[in-house]
Design a protein around this ligand. Structure first.
Ligand code: RNT
Ligand code: ZN
Length: 415
């Protein structure tokens, strides 16, 4: 196999060179491309706080055996998944995945001490951390958290989110690289309601309070969506709301690819937003008919998203989080498939002969543009990806299945 991978790569290298693309330079860019693996695929967004239901308008479906039940199992699963994904990648933690030592630590009591063991683990495992506040799956979650007219509840969530920024800041300081902290709250209404302006004013005010303190080692991102389950009629943190907030306050909008209307293109947001905001965060997911959070694949929507980032020359202005949670599939395998698919999209984006296509476009030569874009789809990018796996000493093809099945047999099936 090694030999045929090498040969195929050499041919691919020549084919791309004919279009002015240096595959060696592309491979080194791909090596520098870091995903942020979402810890919550390992256990269907359960966390270590309580065995309560998942609330907040999101749902993980499926009951595949072997999910991680505690911090050690989750760490082992992440280490396994990472060993099957070429390159080095970050880990994105949610607050409910703290190391609470068996004690009940309420969300307005959480502190950096509950993440010290994660910080240590990350250093030992050459992994940088990102972070998320958690507004869902809590008795005070209700339908409204940061926009709740009840000041007591609102203040509880403000305190939680403020503390999460301190944790993120601590992580960023320890790892010598900013921790990217995402704020997503589920706030919304199931049915007709008349207080929209009030809720949004409250959310704005809560965010202003949360972000008041400067935190040099972390960056804030804010994530909108169309609607949550059971909150279908109104979403306080809509895209317009957060886009305006981010632009006015220099914050980072999060593009979750499952959070738009079915025919709306998340990819088209990239060039629009980057003219007004410093950076973007991605939550790469796969909506199937709704925000279903299926495992990411290399579909057209995902490809276009990564292509738009590369075409905008914005590789370094984007943080690449994943956000899917499928409980119906081997969860280690899900990490591997989704991460490798995102990498493949990035690879194809980097291999596009954009300069040449752009030249034709600027000359008004439309057929030529279309032709080259179509040709690019069939160039031997797979051979370049296989070579990337070989160089990173990560299995390809069937060998991935064997590894995942072995881990399932020896570890996850015994849970
Ligand atoms: C929900 C958002 C959010 C969550 C995670 C668990 O619709 O996408 O990002 O999926 O925080
Ligand atoms: Zn998301």
């Amino acid at each position: 196999m090694k030999e045929s991978v090498r040969k195929a790569y050499e041919i691919a290298r020549e084919r791309y060179a004919a279009y002015g693309i240096d595959t060696e330079a592309v491979l080194s860019k791909l090596q520098d491309f870091h995903l942020s693996l979402h810890c919550w695929q390992a256990d269907d967004v359960a966390g270590f706080e309580s065995a309560g239901d998942l609330t907040g308008g999101i749902q993980a479906t499926g009951n595949y055996p072997g999910k991680a039940r505690n911090i050690d199992e989750l760490r082992a699963d992440i280490v396994k998944a990472k060993s099957l994904i070429p390159g080095t990648h970050r880990l994105n933690l949610h607050e409910i995945y703290g190391d609470f030592g068996g004690k009940r630590v309420d969300r307005d009591q959480v502190g950096p001490e509950h993440f010290q063991s994660w910080i240590d683990w990350a250093a030992e495992n050459d992994t940088k951390l990102d972070f998320n506040s958690t507004s869902f799956s809590h008795p005070k979650s209700g339908n409204l958290s940061l926009s709740n007219p009840d000041k007591g509840i609102r203040d509880f969530w403000i305190e939680h989110t403020r503390r999460c920024r301190e944790i993120a800041n601590q992580m960023g300081m320890a790892q010598g690289d900013p921790c990217i902290m995402n704020v997503w709250v589920h706030d919304g209404c199931k049915d007709q309601s008349v207080n929209h302006y009030r809720y949004r004013s409250l959310l704005k005010d809560s965010l202003d309070q949360i972000f008041a303190e400067k935190m040099p080692y972390m960056k804030d991102c804010i994530e909108g969506k169309v609607f949550g389950i059971g909150l279908e009629s109104f979403t306080v943190g809509s895209h317009d709301f957060y886009t305006a907030y981010a632009a006015a306050n220099g914050k980072i909008p999060t593009i979750d690819t499952g959070h738009y209307h079915p025919t709306e293109s998340p990819a088209d947001k990239v060039s629009a937003l980057l003219n007004f905001v410093p950076e973007l965060m991605l939550h790469v997911s796969r909506p199937v008919r709704w925000d279903s959070d299926h495992v990411t694949i290399k579909d057209d929507a995902t490809q276009e998203l990564f292509s738009e980032i590369v075409r905008a020359g914005a590789l370094d202005r984007v943080h690449y989080g994943l956000d899917y949670f499928d409980g119906a599939i081997n969860r280690t395998g899900a990490y591997v498939v989704g991460s490798r698919a995102a990498q493949k999209c990035m690879l194809c984006a980097l291999l596009e002969p954009t300069e040449l296509i752009s030249k034709y476009e600027l000359e008004g030569k439309t057929f030529q543009v279309l032709h080259l874009l179509e040709e690019a789809k069939a160039l031997p990018w797979g051979a370049v990806y296989d070579e990337f796996c070989e160089r990173n000493d990560v299995p390809l093809g069937d060998a991935v299945i064997a590894e995942v099945e072995k881990y399932e047999k020896e570890v996850t099936s015994k849970r």
